[in-house]
Design a protein around this ligand. Structure first.
Ligand SMILES: Nc1ncnc2c1ncn2[C@@H]1O[C@H](COP(=O)(O)OP(=O)(O)OP(=O)(O)O)[C@@H](O)[C@H]1O
Length: 512
C-alpha cells in the first residue's frame, strides 16, 4: 500500500515585479518523512516555505493537505492545518521579553520550556528581552515555539545555519525524533552532512522550478549539486583549495597580537597572534566567548583587560570606526547587523568608501562602480532585486556583507561564520577568496560553526572553551572528531560521547 502525502504542492508560481521567485515549484511530503528542500541561493526555497505557511500568497498553484485542497491565506490558516515554520531570521519581537512573545503567538508556556531544555538551553529566563539573547539561542527558541504546538509538518528554513555544534546536535536529534514519531519535517540546509544524516528524500529547486526529487542514499550529493547548479556546475565546482602553510616568513611581527584579553565574565585571558598571510580558524561551542572576542577586535565592545596590538603597536578601539581605520574589517554573523536593508546592493558594498571620505570632494564613481561590480561578480550575487538589500534572498544578503570588505581591501578580515546560508557553489568561491586574500599577504580570522570548513581554508585553528584558548591545532591535525573533543574542553586523545554530530563528523561522506 502506498502512503498518500501529508502535504502536496504543485505548480506554485510567485513573482515580484520583474523577479520570478517561483516559476513552477512542487513539493510532496509523506507522513513521518524528513524531507530536504535544496537549491542554490535565490532558488526560491524560502519563498515556497512562506507560501506554504501563509506568510505570502502565491500567484498560482495548488496545495493539498491530507489530500484536501487548501487555500492557506494566513499563518493562522497554516497553523490550523498543522503547518508551522521556523523562518531564516529570528522572529521574536526584539523589544519584548520571551514571555510576551509567547503570549502574542498563543504558545503554551510549559511545553515551550520543556522543548527549550530538551534543545540544550537549561537556564533560559523567559523574562529576558529578546534583543539581549544571542542569535543562536533565538533560533532555538523559535524552534521550541513551533514544537510546543505539536505541528504535523514543521518547516525549518536553515535552522542549523547559525548554530554551533552542541546546539545543532540537539536540534538534529529532535528533528530525527519528529520523523520517528510520524510527524513530517521540511528541512532547508546547505550542509550535506546534515542532509545525509537526517533526511529521507530531497526536492531540488533551481531558478524557481522543481528539477528533481531524490532518495537520500550514499553518493547522492553529486547528483544533487548538479541538479542545483545546472549549467553553472562546471564554473562553480572548483576544487577545494589547499590550505597553504602560514606564509610571510620574512615578516615575523604579527599583524594582530592579542594578549590576556578579557571581556567581563565571558572572555577570560585569551592570547594568540595572527600573522599576515594566514587564515586562522576559531572553533567554539555556543557561548564560549567567541562573540565577545570578535566584538572586541572589531571595536564594538571594550575589553575589560588585556591588550590588542596591530603591527606591534598597542591599540584601544573606542568605536568600530577605529578598528576600520586600523585596517580591520568585520563580517558579522548576523547580517542584519551589517546591512542597511532599505539601501541598494551597490550602496551597501560601497559603504566603507563613502564612510572613509575625510574631505568633501568628488567620489570617484567610475572606480567605485568597477570595484563594486567585480565584487558582485566574484561572489555571484543575484542582483535581480538589487534596489533594496532586504529583497535579496538570505544567502545573497550574506554575500553582500562579504563583498563589502573584499571591495574595501582591508588588511585584516574578521569573519564570523561567513558562509552561513551560502550555497555549496558559492562556498567554494568564498574559501578560494579567503585563501587568495591570505596569499596576497592579508590576514583572516575565521570563526566557523561548520567544522569541515577548517580543513578547507585554515592554516591552523584556535579552539576556545569557557572563554579561554584551550588548544591550537595545525590544520593537519584538525580533523573533525579532534576538533569536537577540543571544543568540549577535553584533552587531545580523550573519547567523548558527543552525540549525533560526532557520528556525522566521523562518518565518511562525499563532500561536494
Ligand atoms: N520581497 C521581494 N521582492 C523582490 N524579490 C524578492 C522578494 N523576496 C524574494 N525575492 C527574490 O526571490 C528569489 C528567491 O528568493 P528566496 O529567498 O526564496 O531564495 P532561497 O532559495 O531561499 O535562497 P537562500 O538560500 O539564499 O536563502 C530571489 O531572487 C529574491 O531576490
Amino acid at each position: 500500500m502506498t502512503t498518500s502525502p501529508l502535504l502536496d504542492a504543485t505548480g506554485v508560481v510567485k513573482t515580484y515585479g520583474a523577479v520570478v521567485a517561483l516559476r513552477n515549484a512542487s513539493l510532496s511530503v509523506l507522513p513521518g518523512e524528513v524531507h530536504a528542500l535544496m537549491g542554490a541561493n535565490g532558488a526560491g526555497k524560502s519563498t515556497l516555505v512562506k507560501i506554504l505557511t501563509g506568510a505570502i500568497r502565491a500567484d498560482a498553484g495548488h496545495i493539498l493537505i491530507r489530500g484536501e485542497a487548501r487555500d492557506v491565506r494566513s499563518p493562522a490558516d497554516a497553523r490550523r492545518a498543522g503547518l508551522l515554520p521556523v523562518y531564516q531570521e529570528p522572529s521574536l519581537i526584539p523589544d519584548l521579553d520571551v514571555a510576551s512573545n509567547l503570549r502574542l503567538t498563543d504558545t503554551p508556556v510549559e511545553p515551550f520550556r520543556a522543548w527549550v531544555r530538551e534543545l540544550g538551553i537549561p537556564d533560559l529566563d523567559i523574562r529576558d528581552t529578546a534583543r539581549d539573547i544571542p542569535l543562536a539561542v533565538l533560533r532555538v527558541l523559535d524552534l521550541a515555539r513551533a514544537l510546543a504546538v505539536e505541528p504535523d509538518v514543521l518547516l525549518l528554513d536553515e535552522m542549523t545555519a547559525a548554530l554551533p555544534a552542541n546546539l545543532a546536535e540537539k536540534v538534529l536529534e529532535v528533528i530525527r525524533r519528529q520523523g520517528d514519531s510520524g510527524r513530517s519535517v521540511i528541512f532547508i540546509s546547505h550542509r550535506f552532512v546534515e542532509i545525509s544524516a537526517l533526511c529521507d528524500r530531497a526536492t531540488v529547486l533551481r531558478d524557481g522550478e522543481t528539477v528533481g526529487v531524490v532518495d537520500i542514499e550514499p553518493g547522492v550529493e553529486e547528483r544533487i549539486v548538479e541538479m542545483m547548479l545546472g549549467a553553472k556546475v562546471e564554473k562553480t565546482r572548483v576544487a577545494a583549495c589547499q590550505a597553504s602553510q602560514a606564509a610571510s616568513p620574512g615578516d615575523s611581527r604579527p599583524r594582530l597580537g592579542v594578549a590576556n584579553l578579557r571581556v567581563g565574565s565571558k572572555l577570560n585571558d585569551v592570547s594568540f597572534d595572527l600573522v599576515n598571510g594566514e587564515v586562522a580558524g576559531v572553533i567554539a561551542l555556543e557561548g564560549q566567548g567567541q562573540d565577545e572576542l570578535f566584538a572586541a577586535l572589531a571595536g564594538s565592545i571594550r575589553p575589560s583587560g588585556g591588550t590588542i596590538e596591530v603591527d606591534g603597536k598597542p591599540v584601544k578601539f573606542a568605536h568600530p570606526a577605529d578598528a576600520i581605520r586600523a585596517g580591520i574589517a568585520y563580517v558579522p554573523g548576523d547580517r542584519t547587523e551589517a546591512l542597511t536593508m532599505q539601501r541598494s546592493v551597490r550602496e551597501n558594498i560601497a559603504l566603507p568608501f563613502s564612510a572613509a571620505l575625510r574631505n568633501w570632494g568628488p567620489i570617484n564613481m567610475a572606480q567605485e562602480r568597477s570595484t563594486v561590480v567585480s565584487a558582485i561578480e566574484r561572489l555571484q550575487i543575484d542582483t535581480r532585486a538589487q534596489r533594496e538589500v532586504q529583497r535579496l534572498s538570505g544567502g545573497n544578503q550574506q554575500k553582500v556583507t562579504i563583498a563589502r570588505w573584499i571591495a574595501a581591501e582591508a588588511q585584516t578580515i574578521l569573519c564570523f561564520d561567513p558562509t552561513r546560508g551560502i550555497d555549496v557553489g558559492t562556498k567554494q568561491e568564498i574559501y578560494k577568496l579567503l585563501r587568495e586574500l591570505a596569499d596576497q599577504g592579508k590576514s583572516v580570522l575565521f570563526y566557523t560553526s561548520e567544522l569541515e570548513e577548517v580543513q578547507r581554508v585554515c592554516d591552523r585553528v584556535i579552539v576556545i572553551f569557557g572563554g579561554r584558548v584551550v588548544d591550537v591545532f595545525p590544520v593537519e591535525l584538525a580533523d573533525e572528531p579532534a576538533l569536537m573533543r577540543a571544543a568540549y574542553g577535553l584533552p587531545r586523545g580523550a573519547k567523548a560521547d558527543v552525540g549525533i554530530l560526532a557520528d556525522i563528523h566521523s562518518s565518511p561522506v562525499a563532500k561536494p
